[in-house]
Design a protein around this ligand. Structure first.
Ligand SMILES: O=P(O)(O)O[C@@H]1C[C@H](O)[C@@H](CO)O1
Length: 287
């Protein structure tokens, strides 16, 4: 599967078959664990785990906080397929390749995805440790043609020109707000717009000011391409981001965001996030 050719249906099918031949689970819910959020899989029962390196045609994660394992199991009794770690554009993968796991999920039988990610908070009302339910995105790499859907389209996955105006399922966002209320954490949960940049450098002050003017509430380096591909192949999407650091909006500071801080905040908030995911999975499986 050479990068220049983009994805190939049969190669994705081979990856899916490798997993289907080795797991007894048949999940309809897929979960992508963002930076530092992979410990969710420790809560799965009847766990079956596969290294990305062993799965044919699968991209391998190289970032700290992204282990690189597909883990099947039961989350409070609900069958799920988890990506413990994702791959990013900045690791050197073409955009289509960063989304191979979503297409593999589709051919495994997943119809709904839960996507989590770590982000910097642009919205002045957000605090470190808050959660943002993603209601929309700005696909900054897409503006310059760097979309995971560039290249030949395969109708077996979806149409040439998929709509994105309802990318983040309204009903699931409402369910998430109900769940957050039940959990008693409304004060630290918001709904907002995620903007994707390519990274891996964090943003300059001028860039962050621009992003805020554009209407973004949180900034990250992933998620959007996964959502585009998930919607292209007809999956329902629920996505949220953890605000792991504040964006630095003035020039008179020596502060810098740090990936170690991103991981540390994710670690502190993991129990709430895991509970949010488990409760959402239980509701999603009922349709
Ligand atoms: O994979 P996610 O989006 O959760 O990780 C974010 C973006 C970069 O990979 C990293 C920067 O600290 O965190």
């Amino acid at each position: 599967m050479a990068a220049a050719e983009g994805f190939d249906y049969n190669a994705i099918k081979d990856s899916a078959n490798y997993l289907l031949d080795r797991t007894k689970h048949r999940p309809t819910i897929g979960i992508i664990c963002g930076s530092g959020l992979g410990s969710l899989v420790d809560h799965l029962t009847e766990r079956e785990s596969f290294s990305y390196e062993d799965i044919p045609n699968f991209p391998v994660s190289t970032v700290h906080g992204h282990d690189g394992r597909v883990v099947f199991g039961l989350l409070n009794g609900v069958p799920v397929m988890c990506m413990k770690g994702r791959v990013h554009r900045y690791e050197g993968y073409p955009m289509w390749k960063t989304t191979v796991p979503i297409r593999v999920m589709r051919l495994v039988g997943v119809s709904d995805v839960i996507i989590s990610t770590a982000t910097g908070g642009l919205n002045r009302g957000y605090k470190i440790g808050d959660v943002m339910i993603i209601k929309d995105h700005i696909n900054m790499p897409g503006f310059s043609g760097d979309s995971p859907l560039v290249g030949k389209n395969d109708e077996r996955f979806g149409p040439r020109f998929p709509g994105m105006s309802n990318a983040y399922d309204k009903q699931l966002r409402q369910e998430a707000k109900n769940v957050v209320k039940e959990m008693g954490i409304e004060e630290s949960v918001h709904e907002g717009v995620y903007v994707m940049l390519g990274g891996p450098s964090y943003e300059t002050v001028a860039e962050l000011r621009l992003l805020r003017l554009l209407g973004a509430d949180a900034v990250g380096m992933s998620t959007v391409a996964e959502v585009v591909v998930a919607r292209h192949c007809g999956m329902r999407v629920f996505a949220f981001s953890l605000i792991t650091n504040k964006c630095i909006m003035d020039w008179d500071t020596d502060d810098e965001p740090l990936h170690t801080e991103v991981i540390a905040v994710a670690e502190q908030r993991k129990h709430h996030l895991q509970e949010l995911v488990a409760r959402m999975a239980a509701r999603m499986v009922q349709k």
